[in-house]
Design a protein around this ligand. Structure first.
Ligand SMILES: Nc1ncnc2c1ncn2[C@@H]1O[C@H](COP(=O)(O)OP(=O)(O)OP(=O)(O)O)[C@@H](O)[C@H]1O
Ligand SMILES: [Mg+2]
Length: 595
């Protein structure tokens, strides 16, 4: 099996398919195209309105002032006020539309991304830091929408404005317009240079933010270990290091951004100087009125503003591209439930499980399971024992298709698990993991996680069967008590029994149990043991056993070593063999009471 490593933050020099990314982004905006067109139209209306004040100013200077008419001055003034009022109203509406679309985009994209990440295979989650995932779902999606919408609308409007203002300028005075145009190539050139500098740096910044989030997540999640070993200072130092990286990367982009605006403004200023010099001489030669020069100067400022915003929009678009690239990278990972179109939908199975000459490895060329051939009857209890790293967990992980076999087949009731709809496969199987994970909610919700629609009576029945009822009702809020983050408010034995209750409530024909090795007191152990017996009853069970009591209850014990089943049979049969099991038994279970 090949695996794409994606743990590495994107290399800053990895080429981005700019067009492809833009096309995909456009796809996300497509549902809002009407509103976007409306918003662009409103923005053009706005810029046309912006043309009016300069014209009115020319009126005042060239006509109203020479005519000495106060009434005329008042009406022109009122008109000007009206123009500004309409403009303000349009800005409000426009801003609202843009923000609304932006929030829609965030909502849809983060929903899609989270859903996708949930469906990505185990391998992905093993190779990706949780914080990196969190950063992409929150931070990249956020920066994407801000940059994209601000960018897309501003870019469209600026291009249109540029054309409008150019026409107006040419119409007013084509000689002076040509003079202005001589400064444009310098502006364009600086914009191209800056964007090529910024694009990789933005990607770098986003990657560094991901690393900060990852460090934050990991150190907060591992807080117990940090405190236990008094290593908080080390966590703080690690976080500071990542934050420093982020700071450095952000400062590098800030330097470029900082130099950029003033450069284009300087170029614009030089253009203005040219006009003042040329226009001034034209006025002295009686070829131009003062009002015309003032109006022209205002339009020049207007003309430079879309150029300036095109350059800053370039910044934002680069940022959007960097984030989009990171988001799409996740969306392009293949989900695990891409079932074949003719996939079998399993109804409740009898529970026969067959491993047909199964080979499996996490890395190519490094088999962890070698030629496993195992046939399990419905309802049979299989205990797996063996040294650590022998491949016990790997073997059971193939049944719910957490990983795909390298060679051979795993079958349930005769169906290859690869040919079965994944959801219908997994709902046949209940899993109790070695390390119980509880969600930060109530006891009841945690038990009912496997079947949220279960009634309280069913939940209580499951808890009773798991020997958990008594400690639950002794808690202050009973079944509504909060278990804390990851179940941290409960003891390990209590957590295990909740996990067993969850499996009992799920009521699935196949059960996978990774027995905990933790030392609980004899009484609790007996409680857990009885609970396990109840949940195993009548189900095909694979139990990775660490207790003699469990092994003796099994119909068949499999002894694993280096990815192979080296012995199998009942506890007594294996003892009589005087082989690996007998040795293991002497070392591991000496002194344990018989089950
Ligand atoms: N996700 C993984 N990626 C790569 N290698 C893995 C992964 N999980 C396990 N391995 C390797 O596969 C081998 C078998 O591991 P497995 O977890 O199946 O052992 P185990 O028999 O369950 O051991 P234990 O009794 O300690 O739980 C080990 O060498 C282990 O390092
Ligand atoms: Mg294991």
């Amino acid at each position: 099996m090949r695996m794409r490593t994606i743990r590495e933050p994107l290399a800053a020099d990895r080429p981005v398919d700019v067009r492809g990314t833009l096309r995909r982004l456009a796809g996300y905006l497509a549902p809002y195209r009407l509103l976007i067109v409306l918003s662009i139209a409103a923005s053009i209306g706005l810029s046309l309105l912006t043309l009016l004040p300069a014209m009115l100013t020319r009126e005042i200077i060239d006509t109203v002032i020479p005519s000495n008419s106060a009434a005329q001055a008042l009406s022109v003034g009122l008109l000007l006020a009206l123009v500004y009022a309409v403009r303000a109203a349009m800005v409000v509406v426009n801003q609202y539309i843009i923000t609304w679309i932006g929030q829609q985009l965030v909502y849809n994209l983060s929903k899609e991304l989270f859903g996708h990440v949930q469906r990505l295979p185990m391998r992905f989650h093993e190779s990706m830091e949780t914080g990196q995932i969190m950063s992409r779902v929150t931070n990249d999606v956020g920066s994407l929408q801000q940059a994209l919408l601000g960018g897309a609308v501003t870019a469209a409007v600026s291009v249109l404005n540029l054309v409008v203002y150019l026409v107006v300028l040419l119409f007013l005075n084509w000689q002076m317009t040509l003079l202005i145009l001589t400064t444009v190539p310098a502006t364009v050139a600086s914009s191209i240079i800056v964007s090529s500098l910024l694009r990789p740096r933005y990607r770098d910044v986003q990657a560094k933010i991901g690393a900060v989030t990852a460090s934050l997540q990991e150190n907060v999640a591992g807080i117990r270990v940090s405190k236990a070993f008094a290593r908080e200072e080390r966590s703080i130092a690690q976080f500071a290091l990542r934050t420093q990286d982020n700071y450095d990367a952000s400062t590098r982009t800030a330097r470029i951004q900082a130099g950029y605006g003033p450069t284009t403004q300087l170029i614009g200023g030089l253009g203005t100087c040219l006009i003042l010099w040329y226009g001034g001489s034209q006025i002295m030669g009686q070829n131009l009125s003062l009002g015309e020069l003032v109006a022209f100067m205002s339009y020049v400022t207007l003309f430079y503003s879309p150029i300036n915003s095109l350059t800053s929009v370039n910044n934002t678009l680069q940022q959007a591209l960097a984030s989009a690239d990171r988001v799409f990278q996740f969306l392009d990972e293949t989900p695990e439930d891409l079932d074949p179109p003719d996939a079998v939908v399993l109804d409740r199975v009898a529970g026969r499980v067959d491993f047909q000459h199964v080979w499996f490895g996490y890395d190519p060329g490094q088999p962890v399971l070698n030629d496993i051939d195992l046939h399990v009857r419905p309802g049979e209890i299989i205990a797996l024992v063996g040294t650590t790293g022998a491949g016990k967990t790997s073997l059971v992980n193939l049944i719910p298709r957490f990983y795909l076999v390298t060679d051979g087949r795993v079958e349930i009731d005769g169906h290859d698990v690869r040919d079965v709809r994944l959801d219908s496969l997994r709902t046949q199987i209940a899993v109790v993991l070695q390390e119980t994970y509880l969600f930060a909610s109530s006891v009841r919700q945690n038990i009912a996680f496997s079947r949220p629609e279960a009634s309280l009576d069913e939940v209580v029945a499951a808890a009773r069967a798991a020997n958990a009822h008594e400690f639950i009702v002794a808690m202050p809020d009973g079944y509504d008590s909060d278990v804390g983050q990851g179940g941290s408010k409960l003891s390990r034995g209590e957590r295990q029994r909740l996990a067993i209750a969850r499996a009992i409530l799920a009521d699935r024909p196949i059960l996978i149990l990774d027995e905990a090795t933790s030392d609980v007191d004899r009484e609790t152990e007996a409680l857990i043991q009885h609970a396990l017996e109840r949940v195993m009853h009548g189900r095909t069970t694979f139990v990775i056993a660490h207790r003699l009591a469990t092994i003796r209850k099994a119909d068949r014990v499999l002894v694993m070593e280096h990815g192979r089943i080296i012995e199998q049979g009942s506890h007594e049969e294996l003892l009589r063999l005087e082989g690996a099991y007998a040795r293991l038994h002497r070392m591991q279970f000496a002194g344990e009471p018989p089950g």
